[in-house]
Design a protein around this ligand. Structure first.
Ligand code: 0O2
Length: 237
């Protein structure tokens, strides 16, 4: 068989690489747009909410695109052939948004307001606040589809949104360390202590919420005033 010269071989390899890289980059770009779209919607709600209630419903919003190596690992772990089509179909967390709120009530308010928007399609809702995981994990998870407008037209892309309180986030970051630590000495007793912390955090979150309601009770007329003077169309009865 005739051998290609080194330059030709390099060019062939480059073409092969581009054939894979280009669609992958395209896919990542689409998810990045979807993620930014969701983050913008949430930031807008945050700004409006701040006018209404004199406080921000969330403290922080974090966005992340899954690392290519994590995408490949997850596809392999689940036994799917690594194709762009399979990644789009099987993975819901390529684009992720994490919203950290002070109060539990705000999590549900924000999630409801987001889901009311007519370009958002709910794919899945998991309420780990109402139904915590056995290890004590609490968060409210949504998987939504949001339109992304490209030069070729509109496409829908999925974004995973995790809502949690500051205290739940603090807990989850420590638990995350535990999840990825192998052969840990006293792992079981650490997990049990963490579970106790999760339960204590939940009680404190509940108490803080009650105190807020008692403090904000007086602000009700102000909210009504804002709603009556807002340009927004009245909510359907
Ligand atoms: P990482 O390292 O944070 O990315 P999925 O794998 O997402 O398709 P699953 O596991 O049913 O399906 O979804 P679930 O339960 O909604 O969990 C999705 C994400 O929530 C996880 O992503 C974590 O970020 C977070 N999470 C879920 N359970 C726990 C928990 O017990 N502790 C902590 N700290 N985080 C949790 P990843 O990809 O599993 O992990």
């Amino acid at each position: 068989m005739e051998k290609n010269n080194p330059l030709e071989e390099d060019l062939l390899r480059l073409e092969e690489l581009q054939n894979i890289t280009q669609p992958f980059m395209q896919m990542m770009m689409e998810y990045r747009c979807a993620m930014e779209e969701i983050a913008t919607k949430l930031r807008n709600l945050n700004d409006e909410f701040a006018l209404l209630y004199d406080r921000n419903p969330f403290e922080t919003i974090k966005t992340r695109i899954k690392r290519p190596v994590s995408i490949l690992e997850k596809m392999k772990r689940r036994g799917f052939p690594v194709t762009i089509e399979n990644m789009r179909r099987e993975l819901s967390d390529i684009a992720g948004v994490r919203v950290i709120c002070s109060f539990q009530e705000d999590i549900y308010t924000l999630a409801d307001l987001l889901l009311e928007q007519d370009d958002i399609r709910l794919i899945q809702k998991k309420d780990y606040i109402e139904h915590p995981k056995p290890n004590g994990y609490r968060s409210f998870h949504l998987i939504v589809e949001v339109p992304v407008f490209l030069s070729s037209g509109k496409i829908m892309r999925r974004v995973e949104i995790q809502f949690r309180t500051i205290a739940m986030d603090f807990w989850a970051s420590l638990d995350h360390k535990l999840r990825y630590k192998k052969n840990l000495k006293h792992g079981e007793s650490i997990a049990a202590e963490l579970k106790d912390c999760a339960d204590a955090i939940s009680r404190i979150d509940g108490k803080m919420q009650d105190i807020l309601i008692r403090i904000e009770g007086d602000d009700e007329p102000k909210r009504k005033h804002f709603e009556e003077n807002s340009d927004a169309p009245p909510a359907a009865e």
